[in-house]
Design a protein around this ligand. Structure first.
Ligand code: SN0
Length: 316
């Protein structure tokens, strides 16, 4: 694997899930694989789990890691070709990325969407500029439209917790007060629709349809209760509208996931990428119950990142 920007970069996703689980049971088996190599992690937005788990993963493989909060500590970057840089942006991505390519062996980058210009966000202009000019493998730490490290950890969590041959996995929209990216649900839908061992259903109010490019032929059920019937896993996440780009169409508190809603499920495991706003997205009675697997899911971020970095170290 050269870059890790989406599932499209993965040759064998089942093998990658297996590799992550193997690292979970034996974290230091490849502790010299990344010896004398350095990973740079560049953040243009906040992060807790991605930042810490990816550092842990890189260190388990013997790599050095340098974290740079570019949004707070760097020069403001220009991304437009041909820009006359007489404003507040002091450095062009052409130089910034090329220089990082000199310092690092692998570059991780987090860059959220602006949620204003759909074409720009969905062209993945920012992360692609880093890929173009850094000249080294680039790992998405959540880009404008996708969060593949999260989705791999999600798949790993489902793989280790499933009790049936073909579990029913339901992605449900939930209310939020802020306009959030579609990256997590896009990416989760992309991974689940690739996986032939799950029955995948998406439920959301009308107007919150995700880009078909990622959901493929996944089933959409607008009635949340119907969708949840018999579910083995419920993946809860808010996102802003893709159609009416970046808009909050409604906040529908009835879509919050509560303990009562689990009654129709197969005692479903409840997942969320975190951070989660309690009693807005998921109720306390779910997050504080044994149905919630969010901590285990977040823990699996280490093993997912380790599997990806190992693949890049071995084959880039
Ligand atoms: C981000 C998102 O993509 O939805 C990151 C998730 C890994 N989440 C948020 O920005 C939540 C912010 C909030 O205020 O609740």
């Amino acid at each position: 694997m050269k870059h890790f920007l989406s599932i499209e970069d993965v040759k064998d996703y089942k093998a990658l899930i297996a590799s992550a689980l193997a690292y979970k049971s034996n974290p230091f088996v490849d502790k010299t694989l990344g010896q004398n190599k350095t990973m740079g992690m560049i953040f243009l937005n906040p992060s807790m789990r991605t930042r810490i788990s990816t550092q842990r993963a890189a260190r388990n493989l013997g790599m050095e890691v340098i974290v740079f909060n570019l949004d707070k500590e760097g020069w403001q970057l220009e991304f437009e070709d041909g820009a006359v840089m007489n404003g507040t942006k002091a450095e062009h991505v052409k130089e910034a990325a090329a220089v990082m390519g000199q310092y690092f062996d692998i570059l991780g980058i987090r860059t959220f969407p602006g949620l204003i210009n759909k074409e720009e966000d969905y062209s993945e202009h920012y992360i692609n500029q880093f890929v173009k000019y850094a000249g080294i493998p680039v790992v998405s730490l959540e880009s404008a439209t996708l969060h593949p490290l999260q989705s791999l950890a999600d798949a790993v969590t489902i793989q280790e917790l499933r009790t049936t041959i073909k579990p029913k996995v339901v992605l449900t929209w939930a209310p939020h007060i802020k306009a959030l990216p579609q990256a997590v649900p896009n990416s989760f839908a992309q991974w689940m629709s690739h996986w032939d061992e799950v029955e995948f259903v998406i439920t959301h109010p009308e107007g919150y349809e995700l880009d078909k490019k990622f959901t493929g032929s996944s089933k959409i059920e607008y009635d949340q209760e119907k969708a949840l019937q018999g579910a083995d896993f419920i993946y809860v996440k808010n996102w802003s509208s893709y159609k009416e780009y970046g808009q909050i169409l409604n906040t529908l508190p009835t879509w919050m996931v509560t303990k009562e809603k689990l009654d129709v499920t197969n005692d479903a495991k409840v997942m969320h990428c975190l951070p989660v706003r309690r009693n807005l997205v998921i109720a306390d009675d779910v997050l504080d119950s044994s149905n919630s697997v969010v901590t285990q899911q977040a823990g699996n971020r280490v093993w997912a990142a380790q599997a990806v970095l190992s693949e890049i170290l071995k084959y880039s």
